[in-house]
Ligand binder design. Structure first.
Ligand SMILES: Cc1cc2nc3c(=O)[nH]c(=O)nc-3n(C[C@H](O)[C@H](O)[C@H](O)COP(=O)(O)O)c2cc1C
Length: 187
């Protein structure tokens, strides 16, 4: 399977990167081809809602001159994309949200309804948070389902790792959850 992971954290050595690293190691050991996108390495601007992308049927076709079209082409070529984000103010990081908004350009109008350039691909979500799921992380749960619906992708799984304080404090139970998750999303 061709897998793209997206590290949505601004901290390349942080909690999310630690959990994602466990998952990536397991995926690579399973023989999957893997590429990581670190959002902070790229120039990404917010969607302006101009709808010019709707005029280009086969490419993202965004008129903004930044790195996002190139990144979206990686998602188009992948079988599975894993979005990984720390919970920032009950939602995605602003960096990852920018990329998600720009996935709007993947949805193309057609005579039989709109179709997505990543339709049928798998999409998965990893979230790390300091607090619990209840009363805190639910605000990421439904948006992920909606993103799958909008992009016509297949939900491959969600993992919420709560109680994350520092990478050093991430324990064996979290690692076990991450490894099981790697199995789940490729199964
Ligand atoms: C700006 C900011 C906002 C945060 N908001 C929340 C939050 O709403 N709920 C929560 O449980 N943790 C929150 N946290 C804690 C992080 O989600 C948590 O520590 C996460 O594991 C950090 O991952 P990272 O090391 O990859 O950045 C926040 C942290 C920051 C820096």
């Amino acid at each position: 399977m061709r897998i793209v992971t997206v590290l949505g954290s601004p901290r390349p050595g942080g909690n999310t990167a630690t959990a994602l690293g466990w998952i990536e190691d397991k995926l690579k050991a399973g023989g999957h081809a893997l590429e990581r996108i670190n959002v902070i390495d790229y120039n990404m601007s917010g969607c302006t809602g101009c709808n010019t992308c709707k005029l280009e049927p086969l490419e993202p076709g965004c008129i903004i001159d930044d790195d996002v079209d190139m990144l979206l082409k990686k998602l188009i070529d992948a079988d599975l994309t894993l979005l990984a984000t720390p919970l920032f103010c009950w939602g995605f990081t602003s960096q990852l949200k920018t990329l998600i908004d720009r996935c709007y350009s993947l949805k193309k109008p057609g005579e039989d309804g709109a179709t997505s350039l990543i339709a049928g691909k798998k999409l998965a979500l990893l979230v790390t948070s300091a607090g619990p799921f209840e009363g805190n992380a639910e605000a990421l749960d439904m948006p992920f389902d909606r993103i799958c619906w909008f992009t016509q992708t297949v939900p491959a799984g969600k993992l919420f790792l709560t109680g994350c304080t520092s990478p050093e404090e991430m324990d064996e139970d979290m690692k076990a959850q991450a490894l099981a998750f790697a199995q789940e999303i490729t199964g």
